[in-house]
Design a protein around this ligand. Structure first.
Ligand code: ADP
Length: 162
């Protein structure tokens, strides 16, 4: 049986930093499932359906990557998918503490699921969905940080400012 990894997150919206981790993860695993966390408490700019749509278009050329949603415990979702790994990206030191806590908690909950970290590419070290949304809100130039399709969707969402 092939090795499956779950790449969880909000992806509100997906960025080139996410895609970098995804492309590299897809070379390490037989299958990678991008799992959008559906958390009603977290306020997102894009609906889950809109995020699925953008991601689906971005992964068209990646045959072993698929997109799905999950709520509740990540390790339980991973088990239902037969996944043995959780894929996460690390940027600056600021990501480390949170990711460390999350990985240890998930390990405590299920020792059969390993968290695998990939270091971000230097180009994407300051790329995050929230910074991109912030810049886009004020008409900042975000080309090169997100796929063109995502830039267009952001522009439409924010009233054509980009
Ligand atoms: P969260 O909602 O937990 O902040 P995100 O949806 O922003 O998660 O991101 C999901 C995963 O992608 C996390 O592991 C995060 O560290 C990683 N990630 C986000 N942006 C980048 C980037 N520019 N380079 C590498 N990894 C990234």
């Amino acid at each position: 049986m092939g090795k499956t990894a779950i790449y969880p997150g909000s992806f509100d919206p997906i960025t080139n930093g996410h895609l970098d981790i995804l492309q590299r993860g897809a070379c390490l695993f037989d299958k990678v499932i991008i799992a959008i966390l559906t958390n009603p408490q977290k306020k997102c700019l894009f609906t889950v359906e809109e995020r699925i749509d953008m991601i689906s278009k971005c992964i068209e050329t990646m045959p072993n990557v698929e997109v799905d949603t999950f709520g509740g415990l990540l390790v339980e979702y991973a088990a239902t998918k037969g996944a043995t790994a959780i894929l996460r990206g690390l940027r600056a030191v600021s990501d480390f503490e949170y990711e460390f806590q999350l990985a240890l908690m998930n390990r405590r909950l299920n020792r059969d699921v390993q968290t695998v970290f990939l270091m971000t590419g230097m180009r994407w070290i300051f790329t995050s969905s929230s910074i991109i949304k912030e810049a886009a809100r004020f008409g900042g130039n975000i080309s090169g940080m997100v796929p063109d399709l995502v830039r267009e969707r952001l522009s439409a969402k924010l009233g054509g400012k980009l």
